[in-house]
Structure formats: structure tokens, C-alpha cells
Design a binder for this molecule. Sequence first.
Ligand SMILES: NC(=O)c1ccc[n+]([C@@H]2O[C@H](COP(=O)([O-])OP(=O)(O)OC[C@H]3O[C@@H](n4cnc5c(N)ncnc54)[C@H](O)[C@@H]3O)[C@@H](O)[C@H]2O)c1
Length: 437
Amino acid sequence: MSYFEDLQRKILSKQARAGIVGLGYVGLPLAVEFANAGFCVTGIDVDAAKVESINRGESYVQDVPTAVLAPLVEAGKIRATADFAAVASLDTINICVPTPLRKTKDPDMSYIVSSCQEVVKHFHPGMLVILESTTYPGTTDELMLPMFERKDHFKVGEDFFLCFSPERVDPGNPQYQTRNIPKVVGGITPACTEMGALFYQQALETVVPVGSTRVAEMVKLLENTFRMINIGLANEIALMCDRMGINVWEVIDAAATKPFGFMPFYPGPGLGGHCIPIDPFYLSWKTKQAGIEARFIELAGHINGSMPHFIVDKIQNALNDHSKPLKGSRVHVLGVAYKRDIDDVRESPAVDIMHLLGRRGSVVSYSDPYVPTLRADGIVPEMASIDAEKGAAEADCVVIVTDHTKFNYARIIERARLIVDTRNALKGHESKKIVRL
Ligand SMILES: NC(=O)c1ccc[n+]([C@@H]2O[C@H](COP(=O)([O-])OP(=O)(O)OC[C@H]3O[C@@H](n4cnc5c(N)ncnc54)[C@H](O)[C@@H]3O)[C@@H](O)[C@H]2O)c1
């Protein structure tokens, strides 16, 4: 029996032993889906605290309730380890490690490289390896393939199977989760694509095979670049409307009534999260090597990056209208997560805004029901969330940075003296206290 037939049989009978490397926002939900589909899943993570938490059956990812994880751990369907030696007994590996940017906005490939180096040490013929981390086109065939092929001269498509499959998870989205978000997968060879698609078909609703790993890598970058550029456009329109005294939110809502050819994107305090502010720079870095400048990306990056400064100017002007300087004023930030109803503060514009406010001498506090303590790598001093209404009552200005649905906006308006609303969270509320983006 060929390695292809053997692995195919193991996948179809759910006997394949699945491995997930990197058990974060992407890896843990994926582990749960494969376990729910009947596979035994081993998660490998360098973070000992996460490994212990999973083995206790306790989830630390908001989209994976402990009530879902615990029975799977109890039934032996999911276990976690920090030891890559586990790879020796696995048939499949999905790699879901971070892909941040360096300070210079160049891709930081160190997590992919180090996790692959560890996997390769225990790698054996007949395995399927799928990279899920967002990255530049060419990563799977230029960077990963040589590492795996070199191991005992294994031949891709025959002795092992290598794919890229972009992760599209949208944390906090109750409608679309790992299981029902269509999964794009592209392999190095047609046999690799076939194997990758077969594997995902066991656990996910829709699988979309594409012709190569590079196409699959580029799909993710197109999706996120599309979003980043359109948000950049919405932000630029907001800056124009601000200058001309037009309510940008009303403009967008009215434009969105057009039933074709328009898709609403909204302005805000700046980009946040692990994807939209970062991924497009993976593309622009790579295209530079091909002699093409990614001009839309650079421009949108510039506009989006200016939004926290614009918001702080807006707060300063609003306080000025109340005869108060920004220096010495108390500014209370509502919401520090990068988007509504989630607990993730990575790249959150709230951190930039708080940093800028602190630099200009204001006294900053915050409320976030999802983030009890804000630790932002020293960008702002570590601080604790306080009660939103108390914070609003005590502040000279409240700034709504993240429009969590848990905030009682009517009560906040009652108690606050002045509110700068960067998200249109106070849509429908009319008050002289409110200053909108
Ligand atoms: N979070 C999202 O919404 C989202 C959406 C789509 C795509 N992605 C992409 O998916 C990838 C993972 O993102 P995430 O949000 O899950 O990150 P995360 O930080 O939540 O999780 C990554 C995990 O990998 C672990 N890790 C780091 N180095 C490791 C190594 N060498 N070996 C084993 N484990 C290691 C970390 O401890 C962590 O638990 C990134 O490329 C990201 O861009 C994320």
C-alpha cells in the first residue's frame, strides 16, 4: 500500500492521529473540531500554562467554552503537550503559530521556522503537514518544503503531503465559526491538495481546494488586504467629512441602501487585532522582492495608522470647547479590546490612544468588561479596569474606543460630561455632550 492510500484510509476511518502545533485563537478551535469529528488530537504548544490548562479541560479561548473542551479532554480526544517528540506518533500536523511583524514591518518567520525545525526532528513518511499561519506567498514551497524534503530525502506528494490552508476564524462571531467557514486548501502537488481537502472534509462543512500553496497563501492576503484598504478608505472619508461638518455614519448607512456595487466599511479609532494591521505587510514585503510596490497597502496603512492621532486631537478639541486643556484632564477610555465583545488587545488602537493621551499629560483610566487588567508591554502602565459608569462620572471626557454591547450607554451619557464616540456606539442618542468621529 502506498503512503497516499494508507493515510487516506486512516483519515476516512478517523484512525489518523491528528496534531495541532500552536494552541491559540486558531489552533484550539481547530483541535476541538477535529476531536468532535472523531479524531484523537494532540496539541503541541511551547506555552506550558496553555498545555496544563487544556489537560485540565479548561479553555482560555473565548470561542471555545470550557463546557465543550472538558468532555473532549475527559474522553481522551484532546490532549496537549510541550514535547515535540509526540510528532513521531502523529499522522497529520496543522501548524497554527504566530506570524507577527518585526519593528521594521518585515515578516517575523521565527515561529514558523522554529516549530517546523522541531516537527522535522520527529517527522516520518506518510504524514500530512498543513501550514495555517498567515504568511507571504511562497512560504510553504520556499521555506518549509526544503526543511521537510531534506529529512531522509522524502519526496513530497509521495512520501509526505504538504499544504497551506488559510485560517479565516473571526473571534466573537456567533454565526461563523471554524466549522462553517469554508476552508481553502492548496497543496504542493495535486496529491497533497487531495489529502489536505480529504482531511478537512471530515470535520468542516465546506472545503475549497485550489491549485497550489501560493494561491492559498495569496487568498488570505487578498481577503485581509481588501478589508484593510476599504477601512482605510472609510477612514479617509471620515477625515474629509469631519473637515466639512458632515456626519460620515449617516453617509455610509445611506450609501449601504444601494442593493448592488457597494459594501459598507466603517471608520474607527485605528486598526487592531492580529490580522488586518499586519497581514497586508507580508504581501508588500514579498512584492518588493518582485519589483512591485504595494501602493494601496502603504497608503491605507498610513491613513489607518494616523487615526489614533486624529482621535486624540478630537478629544483635545472637544475639551478645548469646554475650556479645558488636555494636559491634566481625566480621560476615561471605554473598551480596550481591538473589537466589540472580545477580549483580545493585540494591536488595539486603544493602547495607542492611551499612550498618546498619557504623553500629552492627561490622566487616563479605562473600563472593559473583557479585559480586567491591561498589560501592554510597557506602552502604557499596567492598570485595572474600573466600573464604566463611575469612570464616566469622574472623567472630564469619555472616549468610546470599543463599542462593547455590555456597556449601558444611556447611563453613561447621563453621567458623563463629554463623550467622544469613535464607533457610532451612541447612534440614535442625541446630546450636546456627544462628539462623533
Ligand atoms: N486570531 C485570529 O483571529 C486569526 C485569524 C486568522 C488567521 N490567524 C493567523 O493564525 C496564526 C495563529 O494566530 P493565533 O491568533 O492563533 O495566535 P495565538 O498567539 O493565539 O496562538 C499561537 C500559539 O502558538 C504557540 N507557539 C508559539 N511558538 C510556538 C512554537 N515554536 N511551537 C509551538 N507552539 C508555539 C503560542 O504559545 C500560542 O499558544 C497567525 O498566523 C495569525 O495571523 C489568526
